[in-house]
Design a protein around this ligand. Sequence first.
Ligand code: OKP
Ligand code: ZN
Length: 343
Amino acid sequence: MKIVYSADHFLHHAPGELLFGEFVPAFEKPERAELVLARVREMELGEVIAPQIFPLEPITRVHAPGLMELLQSAHKEWVELGRSGAAYPYTWPTRGMRMDRVPTSLDGRLAFYSFDCGTALTATSWQAIKSSVDVALTGATLLQGGERAAFSLCRPPGHHAGADHYGGYCFLNNAAIAAQKLLDDGAKRVAILDVDYHHGNGTQQIFYNRDDVFFVSLHGHPDQEYPYLLGFEDEKGAGKGEGYNLNFPLHWGTEWPGYEAALQEGIKRIAAYAPDVVVVSLGVDTYKDDPISHFKLEHEHFTRIGAMIKALNKPTLFVMEGGYAVAEIGINAVNVLTGFKGA
Ligand code: OKP
Ligand code: ZN
């Protein structure tokens, strides 16, 4: 399996995030991608290649121009206002506030296009964000070239980013952009399987009204877990998309047997959908020692996840999402891939 990686991810390094009332060092840090890469090399998973550089057009197929412009200009405007540090939103629109016009001020636009306070924009973030998309798109082209699988070692992650909102350490939805590219180039149906610990609210929102993408997510129950406001079982898609969104919210403390049962059901439903391609949003924050998560998976269970995905027997693009137990992130991510390969 080829691995797509770019050192440009170093250009996004958040100074910190607001976590339960304290400003703490960012969990989503460059070391994460480096440790996954080191493990890829150690296990000789396959050739590591650099991404192709794509135009912005495949991104515009998924994201609003206003969001894309903000991600590129926010930090510059922030500095022009005399501020230092990274750009963060300060308020959010709620019921009764104006949503029918895009604010003109920087703080208004940060509010309008985001949904949390944990996602920093620095002077060089955009280059890393764009590069992460290129890594995902290059993985998609590998499948189009006939590869059975590819691993896009994306950083920053993407699955919380919706059509017109960023948050949850995510800015642009790498997996969704890759899925849309596969459709635009001829695939009829794409399944996205999101095994990150957190609900892929962005991916769900992007494809909620569509039947050409089947979104399946296993995650911490939104009654307990971020992003709190989406990811419930009764969200099944709308309009033409009804029946093409499937959530498995699982409670804190979930261990392998409960996880495996949900994954088996999700995989059965994906098989019935008969997709041309499977995109896996690969988060490994389901690991027992993850510092911000509450599931109990162990190293060997990640290998089992890979083997279960392999049973679908479809061209499969793995797109890196979360995982914050950095000492173990490489083992867990690469275990999924070796489990898939059947090594
Ligand atoms: C990104 B990905 C509450 C702590 C949670 C955001 C978590 C984002 C996870 N303030 N903060 O899905 O791994
Ligand atoms: Zn996560």
